[in-house]
Every structure is written in C-alpha cells, then in structure tokens.
Write a protein that binds this ligand. Sequence first.
Ligand SMILES: C[S@@+](CC[C@H](N)C(=O)[O-])C[C@H]1O[C@@H](n2cnc3c(N)ncnc32)[C@H](O)[C@@H]1O
Length: 282
Amino acid sequence: MEANDTPSPTALLAAAARAAHALVDAPPLLLEDPAARALCTTGDASPLDFQLAQPGVPVLAAARVSACARARHADDVLVARRARQVVVLGAGLDTTTHRRPAPGRRFWLVDLPDVLTWRARLLARAGLPEAGVPVPADLGGAGWFDALVDAGLDPHVPVVAVWLGVGMYLEPDACRALLASVAALPAGSTLVLDHVLPADERDAAGAAYAAAVAAFAGRHGEPWRTAASAATVRDWLTDTGWAVADERDEADAVPPGFWDAQPHLRPMRLVRLVTATLTAPA
Ligand SMILES: C[S@@+](CC[C@H](N)C(=O)[O-])C[C@H]1O[C@@H](n2cnc3c(N)ncnc32)[C@H](O)[C@@H]1O
C-alpha cells in the first residue's frame, strides 16, 4: 500500500484494533466489529495482519483495548440516550453506523476531505454501505459546525456527538474551540470524548504505549499535539457550557471480570473517557 493511499494511518490502526478484538481476545468482549474487519481486508496489507499474527505484542494489545473501550463506551451512550442524531467528529474508519443503526437514527461523519474520500473508497471495496452523511471539514478550523447544519443536521433536535481518538491531533486551543462550537447544539445533547493524560499522570504501560503510538503517528503526518489533565478538560467543558456527567479511566470502562479473562490485555493509565451534557439555560 502506498503511503498516500492511507491519509490517516491512525484511523486504519484503530479499525484493525476493533476488528481484531473478537478474533484474538477472550469473552467478555467489549464489542464485535465485522464492518471494521471487512474494511481491513479489502485486498491491501493491513495492520489487522499484525494484530492476528502477534496479538500479545504490548502495543497491539493496548491498541485493541483503547479502540474498543472508547467505541463500546460511545455505543452504550447512544443506546442509553436513544440518540436520533449522531455526529462522529474525526470519524476516520469509525463503524458506529454499522454497529448501532436504529429506526429514525441519522449519522453525520466529520473528517478531513481526503480521509472521507479514502473511507468511501474502502467501504465500496468492502461492499459496505455508508449509512452516514460525510461532512468534509477541518475540526481545527472554523465553519465545520455550519457545514453539519448544511448537511441536514436539525439544530433543534438533541444530538449525541462522539469525539474519540481525535483530540490529541488538535492543538489545545483548537480542542477548546471545538468544545465551544459543539456547545451550540440544543439542550439535551451529549458529547462523548476522550483525552490523553499528561506524561506525569501515565503509568509505565501508558507511557510506553503513548511513546510508540505518538512516534508512529508523528512519522506518518499525524503528530500528537495535546495531552491534558482531567482537571483541565473539566475546566474546558464547564467554561464552554458543558456539564460533566461521567468521567473515568479507559481501563475502568470494561465489564466486570474483563481483565481477569484476558490472556493478552492489561490495563494502562493513559486515556480518560468523559461524557458531558448540555442543559437548558436556567
Ligand atoms: C485515530 S483516528 C480515530 C478515528 C475514529 N474516531 C476512531 O475512534 O476510530 C483520528 C481521526 O481524526 C481525524 N482528524 C485529525 N485531525 C483532524 C482535523 N483537524 N479535522 C478533522 N479530522 C481530523 C483523522 O483524520 C482520523 O480520522
């Protein structure tokens, strides 16, 4: 595969990690993702090959936990909130549309234009439908929220916005600006996000994973730009109008008995998952 055929190698790594989980890890699973598997087996060599060949390699095992725990967490929120409008920010090869369709539920997928073109190409090759509306936009700039409304999002109906595995690729000011933009959604809307903790708040496993993934991503044009403490992200959210409803370490977003059952997977401290809501002004 030519490098320029893959505008977001990190999106492909995440899809491969989700695809591999049900194939190499033990129940209870975080999720099953046959659509991700299809995307990763469209003919080109794929990181899924590495996942299947060496599931115990720490960076590959940690990638499975991280990609699957955050996706499972978002799936649970969509179901609990009975979301009718779902916006996936930095969608990459996200497969929520395939995992969580529901009557009356619509999806919008925001990402950079070349990433969405690549996504469409892989979906077509895999014979998968695109059930979401692609919204090509730079989340680090202005105007993407208006593009969502132009693409049919009803600004009066609550939304579940999913912003996972993306914030580390934006500058801190852009993260804060994004939170302010999404706060224009109507009361009753929910935002699910994750963030990478600063170096001094990671454990050894988290530090090793961060070093490996940030180096890979940086080499492939997707440098990590933001790490933030839980307190900083809480401040960003409350300053922009969001109320924090839930926050936890990614390692705690797994079902009971999960860690004990796993031959390859270990908890690490690196990523926090946060759910925030918008309430009507008093
Ligand atoms: C690690 S992937 C995560 C994909 C998906 N959210 C997931 O969890 O599998 C990061 C995604 O963020 C997107 N991204 C990074 N910077 C962006 C920007 N400035 N605007 C829009 N999307 C961006 C990348 O193109 C890529 O699809």
